[in-house]
Design a protein around this ligand. Structure first.
Ligand SMILES: [Zn+2]
Length: 170
């Protein structure tokens, strides 16, 4: 897909002998381990999605398997907008947690008054310290995450992993 933007690999290099697999900060994205795995399949296809309750219509993020408003498990996948505006942000300039580089920028985002979600907390990448301001527009981007083998019914599997963030619209 043309709009799938793959950035450089970021995250804990679990297989480089530097860290043990248990310190992996990224979710298992395989159906054997994760009931919201379609979210990751959609990310791999360049789509930003979440779950919507078929009973009450509530749209939740991150995606879930039970509606937090009415407890229904009848949910459907819906696409989210790929552009958002920064309401406010925080920059960790030094001492970012393991697996993240400084500056670690987190922003409180809005899709606007008519957006499917009121707000969304998003990580901002490809952005220098001090570059992003309140009111700026950011866009959805995916990036590869290091993978490591896991065992399913005595079979060893390695799945491609992907995660999402936002980057400034220039
Ligand atoms: Zn509901």
């Amino acid at each position: 897909m043309a709009d799938l933007q793959k950035a450089e690999i970021v995250g804990t290099p679990a297989l480089d002998g530097q860290y043990i697999g248990e310190m992996d900060i990224w979710p298992f994205e395989a159906p054997e381990f994760n009931r919201i795995y379609p979210f990751y399949d959609n990310l791999r296809a360049g789509k930003f999605t979440t779950t919507k309750c078929k009973k009450c219509g509530y749209i939740m993020f991150p995606p879930q398997v039970i509606c937090p408003k009415c407890w229904s498990d009848e949910l459907e996948w819906v696409e989210l907008p790929k552009r958002a505006k920064v309401v406010t942000l925080t920059e960790t300039q030094a001492g970012a947690p393991l697996g993240f580089e400084s500056p670690l920028i987190l922003a409180w985002l809005t899709f606007g008054d008519k957006g499917p979600l009121k707000h969304l907390l998003g990580r901002i990448i490809h952005c220098k310290e001090g570059e992003l301001k309140e009111g700026d527009e950011v866009k959805f981007v995916t990036f590869s995450v290091p993978s490591h083998p896991f065992e399913v019914k005595k079979e060893t599997k390695v799945s491609d992993r992907v995660f999402y963030a936002f980057e400034p619209v220039k």
